[in-house]
Design a protein around this ligand. Structure first.
Ligand code: KIV
Length: 274
């Protein structure tokens, strides 16, 4: 018999049950250190493929690999005990066929031990979502602005202003929910569309740049803490200025080292007091 005490993490059904009851707090996490800091506050930690841009300095998320997502997913699991951890499927790992998606997603589930995976896409991904969920893999869907489709979309812009586009994104949301997604990220959509989606689908909507009319919100942690300060998108509220704090700490450290002020006697071993 195992003596290992099972810690109770927020589960996918817990997140599903939050629709209309209590707002879902989502944040991204890519490292164990960040997961430790966020575990008490976030209902859901997403190991987003945004790590390609935020951590690795890539121009888009397209070059992120399954191995990168697995390594970062494992780190986030090691740093958390309470929150529901979801890992993004990177570009190229799931679009080809439901079977290919299952092979990649089952690797993530086995090697990371997370609660589920996220993938981007609407009606065109419904068959794959159905295939995965019927085989035991919880799926967080992602509709609206799809960063992995940046090349076909021609850049990042808000979606759903035109009626035709809004209707098609709503149809995407309805399709992924019907296919079994337990919740969906709604990214970069105008407020009336986010409201229509949230009122229409039976599963939680988690907005990013999609107005308050969602069942929860998610932000990239490095954006909202001011660590990633190349630019601040309109949808981001800055809750801290950690980037500037780190830069200032480095300025002071460099000055101390150059002036011989660091290390002081209190930082040294075997120094006899005068
Ligand atoms: O990759 C990511 O971080 C995401 C969030 C922006 C939702 O998909």
């Amino acid at each position: 018999m195992s003596t290992h005490r099972q810690l109770k993490r927020t589960t996918v059904p817990d997140i599903r049950a939050m629709k209309g009851a209590t707002p879902i707090v989502g944040l991204t996490a890519y490292t164990s250190l960040t997961a430790v800091l966020l575990d008490d506050q976030a209902d859901l930690l997403l190991v987003g493929d945004s790590l390609g841009m935020v951590l690795y300095g890539l121009d888009s998320t397209l070059a992120v690999t399954l191995d990168m997502m697995i390594a970062h997913g494992q780190a986030v699991m090691r740093g958390s005990t309470k929150t529901c951890v979801i890992v993004d499927m990177p570009f190229g790992s799931y679009q080809e066929s439901p079977e290919a998606a299952f092979r990649a997603a089952s690797r993530v589930m086995k090697e990371v031990g997370c609660a589920g995976i996220k993938l981007e896409g609407g009606e065109e991904m419904a068959e794959t979502i159905r295939f995965l969920t019927r085989r035991g893999i919880p799926v967080l869907a992602h509709v609206g602005l799809l960063p992995q489709s940046v090349n076909t979309a021609g850049g990042f812009r808000s979606h759903g202003k035109a009626g035709g586009e809004a209707d098609s994104i709503l149809a995407d949301a309805v399709a992924v929910a019907a296919a079994g997604a337990f919740a969906m990220v709604v990214e970069g959509t105008v407020e009336p569309l986010a409201r229509r989606i949230t009122e229409t689908v039976p599963v939680p909507t988690i907005g990013i740049g999609a107005s308050p009319h969602c069942d929860g919100q998610i932000l990239v942690t490095e954006d909202m803490t001011g660590l990633f300060s190349d630019f601040t998108p309109k949808h981001v509220k800055r809750y801290a200025n950690l980037g500037e704090g780190i830069r200032q700490a480095a300025v002071e450290y460099a000055a101390d080292v150059r002036a011989g002020r660091f290390p002081g006697p209190e930082h040294c071993f075997g120094v006899k007091p005068d």
